[in-house]
Structure formats: C-alpha cells, structure tokens
Design a binder for this molecule. Structure first.
Ligand code: NAD
Length: 509
C-alpha cells in the first residue's frame, strides 16, 4: 500500500514508458523488452518499464540534437531560469522522491532525501553559475588587437549513471550542462529505472512550463540497444560516465576511438589515516558514517583504515563497538542506519571477498555474516584486520567491508594510502599541523579529494568532485567543472588598420 501511494505521488502509477522526452509524453516502443524494478529490501517487484530499442534511441538523440540548435542560442542566464524551476519542482517532491530512491536503491530514508537535497543544491549552484561562465582576456602582443576566450555550448551530451546515486549524479551533470547550453540524453542504471522516470516526469513538466522540449531526455535500454550506441554516437561529443572501473575503461576506449570527450567518475578505494594524535571520538564517528553509510555502496565509502600502531588495537575495538550498535533493517523505517545491499549477487561478492581476505591473512574483528532473518540482501557491516595491503585490499568491493592496517611512520602511512590503483577520496585524522600539511602536500595524498578531520564520504556540491588514477580523472559538480560541458574558443580581434603578424613575422610587403 505504501509503495502504491508513493508511486501515485510521483505520477508513476500509470506510466509504463521506455524512453521519453518533451511535453507530448512518453514514447513506448512496441518491440522493447520489459525491465522490472525490484525493491532490494523485500525482493518484490515495484514496477516495470518498456525498454527502448535502437530506433527509439536514435529518435531521442535526434530530438536532443534538434533542441540543441535552439537551446545554445538562449542566453545562459535565461537557461538558468529553467534550472531554477527544476530545483523548485524538486523541492516540492523532495520527500516522496527521496523515499522512492530508498525504495528502489535501498539507502536509508535520510540519505534518499539527502540525495534529492543534493539535486536541489546543484540547481541553485547552476542558476548562479549561469551568470558566471567566465572566459579570460589576454593582452595581445600586437597593437590594436584584443584577445579573449569564450565558452560555447558543446552539443547534446550523453549521461550514463550508476545505481548507487540513481538521481543525484544525473543532476550534477544535468543542471550544469543545461546552463552551459547543452541538451542531454540520460541512460540510468537498469537497477533503478523508476526514479529516473520520476525525475524525467518532473523535467517534462518544467520544460513544458517554459515552452521547451528535448533538453532533458531519458532513454532506458540495454547496453546492446542503447549503452554501446551512446559510446559510438558521433552526435554526442561528450559522454559523462559514472560507474565501475571495468566498464569505465571500456567506455574511455570506445569514446576515444571516435575522438569524443569523456568525463569518467569511476570506482574508489578510499582510505583514512588515523594518526597517533587524532581526536578518536571524532574519528570513530567519521569512519562509521564513511564505512557503514549507504551499506558501503558509495564511491567515496571508507574501505581502508591506516592506523598508527600505538593506537590501532584501541581504535579498532572502539570502532567494533560502534559497528555492533548499528540498527540494520528496512531503510524506510526511522532509526535504521543500514539497509540492504543492492542484490544477492552483491552479497555473494562480499562473502567471497571476506573468504579471500582471510586466505590472505585477515582476521574478522566484527561482522562478516549474512542476516537471513532480515532478507537475502542483508549483511553485517564488517571490519577486517589485515597484516598488510594485500591484492584484495587494492580492489573495490562494493560492500560494507573495512580493512584495518597498522603503520609506524607517516611516510609509510602515505605510501600504503597511495598504494592502490584508485584515487578518489582520502582523509587524515590528526591534530598536528605538520602531519596534516604533509598529507595535503604534493607528496601526500594522490586523490582528487583530501580531507582533514572529516571522513571520505559526503562531499558538498560546491567543490569539483572526482578522482585520479583508475577513478578516471573526471570532475563534476562545483568549482570550474562546468568547463568540461563547453567548448573553449580563443578569439583575436584586430581593430587597427594594420595587419601585424604574431612573432613579428614579416610576410610580403
Ligand atoms: P556499472 O559500471 O556496473 O554500471 C554503470 C552504468 O554503466 C550503468 O548505467 C550500466 O548500465 C552502464 N553500462 C554497463 N556496461 C555498459 C556498456 N558496455 N556500455 C554503456 N554503458 C554500460 O556500475 P554500478 O554497479 O552501477 O555502480 C557502482 C560503481 O560505480 C562503483 O564502482 C562505484 O564506485 C562507481 N561510482 C562512482 C562514482 C564517482 O563519482 N566516482 C559515483 C557513483 C558510483
């Protein structure tokens, strides 16, 4: 009953779309296969959509391309008004949309609603940004010349998103891309189709209110019919991809083969160094949220703890006590702090990782078991003490496993910290200025995000978000991440009556 009410509130009760855009409704593809969405908490089917086939995909991209021809000519501050209204529309449905994220993805209600808050925040940011798409002016070396750079819209772009932030990641891209003058085609994760339909419905209404169509577009479809086509589609100059390193590597190669651009937001393997002088009370709380929050299914989840040998036993015990008091259960229930994993396969992968950890010399400090009385997707959050950074610890297992390792010197801690292929988020807990600054220095953390006395997860939208190495190098959200959604043009204007050449070259007369 609760599910039905939620679906009705979001206008999802009667639609069964496969691909959509614009005010004239949903395109249902008679050839499209049905995709069922399951509640990871109960395993029950929530609803289904008809997936797009290749011809529908083509029609949607053509629509996005046609809309771009107009949208790029609309002044950026006016484009900002569309995004402002999108943010306001999201405010009105924050609770039901957040609960729908919880229902379909399994993160707790506070985090589902927080995810929608992030969408609202990025719309506010993008509105301000629409008046600040600044280019530089340079002094020309030639008299009577002016030189400057300007930023133009890039085109219709492709956005491919992961299951774990089923709507926020889209909004980081979409709000910024829209004020930059791009139109877009979104392929969500097949695990979370319904929230994307809910978001597209809101977009359709906001576009219709502005007399617009084709700016925000959604295509739900298989990799074969949609995903791979996006990678190869020369009409999409940019593919913004969020997902695993494995798929991201493939995406990067395919898009590069046609000299397209990519923004890659791939997996993380985030570590926290706990120095001997750390505020342990603060550190326990930060690690708990970072490692157990979203059931360990954030790209910024804390997966590795590197603790000074003098405090490692005490700290691990304190943390284990905190782990044992985490309320696990229905993520929609108030008080629950950890919900299910996304699927039974994810549980299987976690159990395999724990077997490997033990084979590599690890000892489970707390957790490690399935919780069948709650359902087949429920597990205990787990701490494993490792003798060293083994091959398994260097991998991202998308589950609530935290590996604890000891260190003697800060140099050693930083070497362990940087000794994994991924480079997304990192943190140090210390009250010592020198220790903190060494961690933040050029010889310190090699990640895109480096924090002091704050955990690895829970980034704010104002900063550029992304990571180095296998995390892919992309940046999204705040700061100057918008530049990836535009093309830079360097312009020189001669307002003199002479034609001096650069570098003083004399040519002819
Ligand atoms: P995934 O790589 O399995 O899938 C991501 C998306 O890629 C999905 O939409 C999927 O359908 C699509 N896809 C898969 N194969 C494709 C293909 N051949 N062509 C085109 N598209 C294809 O990832 P997931 O399991 O949904 O998400 C978890 C992963 O995402 C984790 O590794 C996590 O760290 C990462 N992630 C990273 C960030 C970040 O900002 N760095 C944010 C969220 C999640």
């Amino acid at each position: 009953l609760r599910v039905k009410a939620l679906l009705e509130k979001l206008g999802l009760a009667e639609v069964n779309p496969g691909a959509c855009s614009g005010p004239d409704g949903w395109i249902t593809d008679p050839q499209g296969e049905r995709l069922v969405s399951y509640d990871p908490t109960t395993g029950e089917a929530i609803g289904s959509v008809i997936q797009a086939t290749a011809p529908t995909y083509d029609a949607i991209v053509a629509r996005a391309a046609a809309a771009f021809a107009h949208w790029r000519t609309v002044p950026a501050p006016k484009r900002g008004l569309l995004v402002r209204d999108l943010g306001n529309a999201l405010r009105e449905v924050q609770e039901p949309l957040g609960e729908m994220v919880t229902l379909e993805m399994g993160k707790i209600r506070a985090e589902g609603i927080g995810e929608v808050q992030e969408m609202i925040d990025i719309c506010d940011f993008a509105l301000g940004l629409s008046r600040q798409l600044y280019g530089l002016t340079m002094h020309s070396e030639r008299p009577g010349h002016r030189m400057y750079e300007q930023w133009h819209p890039l085109g219709p772009i492709g956005i491919i998103t992961a299951f774990n932030f089923p709507v926020a990641v889209w909004s980081w891209n979409a709000a910024i891309a829209a004020v930059c003058g791009d139109t877009m085609v979104w392929k969500p994760s097949p695990t979370t189709p319904l929230v994307s339909v809910a978001v597209q419905r809101i977009c359709n209404q906001v576009m219709a209110d502005h007399g617009l169509d084709g700016i925000f577009n959604l295509v739900i479809g298989s990799n074969d019919q949609v995903g791979e086509r996006m990678l190869d589609d020369g009409r999409l100059p940019l593919i913004s991809f969020t997902g695993s390193v494995r798929v991201g590597r493939h995406v990067a190669q395919r898009v590069a083969a046609r000299l397209g651009k990519t923004i890659l937001e791939l997996g993380g393997n985030n570590g926290i160094i706990i120095a001997e002088d750390a505020d342990l009370e603060l550190a326990v709380r930060a690690v708990l949220f970072g490692a157990v929050g979203t059931a360990g299914q954030r790209c910024t989840t804390t997966r590795r703890l590197i603790v000074h040998r003098s405090i490692v036993d005490e700290f691990t015990q304190r943390l284990a006590r905190a782990y044992q008091s985490v309320p696990i259960g229905d993520p929609l229930e108030p008080g629950t702090l950890m919900g299910p994993l996304i699927s039974e396969q994810a549980v299987e992968r976690m159990m395999q990782a724990l077997d490997t950890a033990q084979a590599e010399g690890g000892e489970i400090v707390t957790g490690g078991r399935r919780l069948p009385h709650l359902g087949p997707t429920f597990v205990e959050p787990t701490i494993v003490r490792m003798p060293r950074q083994t091959p398994l610890v260097c991998e991202e297992t998308f589950a609530p496993i935290l590996y604890v390792m000891a260190y003697e010197t800060l140099d050693e801690a930083i070497a362990i910290h940087n000794g994994v292929p991924q480079g997304l988020s990192s943190a140090i807990f210390t009250l010592n200025l020198r220790t903190a600054e060494q961690f933040l220095s050029a010889a310190g953390s090699d990640c895109g995000i480096a924090n002091v006395n704050i955990g690895t997860s829970g980034a704010e939208i104002g900063g550029a978000f992304g990571g180095e190495k296998d995390t892919g190098g992309g940046r999204e959200s705040g700061s100057d991440a918008w530049k990836a959604y535009m093309r830079r043009q360097t312009t020189t204007i001669n307002w003199s009556t002479e034609l001096p050449l650069a570098q003083g070259i004399q040519f002819g007369e």
